[in-house]
Design a protein around this ligand. Structure first.
Ligand SMILES: [Fe+2]
Ligand SMILES: [Fe+2]
Length: 302
């Protein structure tokens, strides 16, 4: 790596501003006073490493490592709940830059949202390389751009939830959603989407008070227009399970209040590549994915 700031450097210049509810903390770095400035980022999404044999998994991570980037961003669906810690450990060992990530629905399989988040919080706190963004960490990348992220969830509100025959695996093997009737599950999906919206309301305005541009990692597309699959926008049957209206509504409200600021959302989940310019200052990029063939979505220069 020609330019790879150590996580310790990044962390050492962070100033804790406040405690936020159950979230750990909000942190800001005084860029320019001995701080690291990031220029090149590799964005990955829906890499589903559990679909690979271990040698292929290592080969992919080493390929990412050779990209000469300052940080790696992952917008969820890294593996599956039972083995998520194994794959996060592998990422920690094979990559040589800070890795900022959120979780996707697959990351909670065969477990619960609460238990998985608790496990990932511990793992992230112990690691010098892994940063789970959902805990409320705002990461200054350079003088003008900051990074935020939240796992998010498809909240059922867009499209025809109650007429949809789509039964996500989530609804069978994630504890909070399993064994629930349709209405109970809908309310839980709403709640999970609302959590993401609350995170955005709490963290995005303060970020825009200091930074011109925010990159936001979400797993689930926050708008119908960003829910790409095979070159098209997903239909009414799939939209409830692949979009988060609560997050989208909140982003629209915040971006109307900050017309001179720019937001770039990086998401996945629908596995179809596309982008949607929702407002002049709000761009959503959705990543493509094929099980068993992870890829780098983009090398982003900031
Ligand atoms: Fe996925
Ligand atoms: Fe997903």
């Amino acid at each position: 790596m020609a330019h790879c700031p150590s996580p310790a450097d990044v962390q050492s210049s962070l100033i804790s501003l406040c405690q936020v509810g159950s979230f750990a903390y909000n942190v800001w770095k005084n860029i320019g006073i001995g701080g690291s400035v990031m220029k090149r980022l590799a964005w990955l999404t829906d890499i589903h490493l559990n679909f690979l044999q271990m040698p292929s998994c290592v080969e992919f991570l080493d390929h990412v490592s050779r990209q000469n980037v300052d940080a790696v961003l992952i917008s969820g669906d890294i593996a599956e709940g039972r083995t998520l810690d194994t794959y996060l450990g592998l990422i920690d060992r094979r990559l040589t830059c800070p890795v900022y990530f959120v979780l996707g629905n697959h990351d909670f399989y065969y477990s619960s949202v609460a238990a998985t988040r608790s496990q990932v919080r511990s793992l992230s706190n112990l690691s010098e390389r892994l940063y789970w963004l959902t805990d409320g960490v705002t990461v200054p990348l350079n003088e003008t751009t900051a990074l935020l992220g939240h796992d998010g969830w498809a909240d059922g509100r867009i499209g025809g939830y109650f007429n949809s025959t789509v039964l996500m695996t989530d609804y069978l093997i994630i504890d909070e959603l399993a064994r629930a009737d349709s209405l109970t599950r809908y309310r839980k999906l709403n709640e999970l989407g609302d959590e993401c919206a609350a995170y955005l309301s709490e963290n995005l305005p303060p970020a825009f008070d200091q930074f011109e541009h925010v990159i936001l990692l979400l797993h689930v597309p926050p708008f119908k227009e960003a829910c790409w699959y095979e070159g098209h926008i997903s239909g009414e049957e799939f939209l409830p399970h692949f979009t988060c209206q609560a997050a989208g509504d909140t982003l629209m409200e915040i971006m109307s209040q900050y017309p001179s600021r720019q937001l770039t959302v990086l998401c996945g989940h629908s596995h179809g590549r596309g982008q949607a310019q929702i407002r002049d200052n709000l761009l959503v990029k959705t990543g493509s994915a094929v099980y068993g063939a992870p890829s780098i979505q983009e090398i982003i220069t900031i």
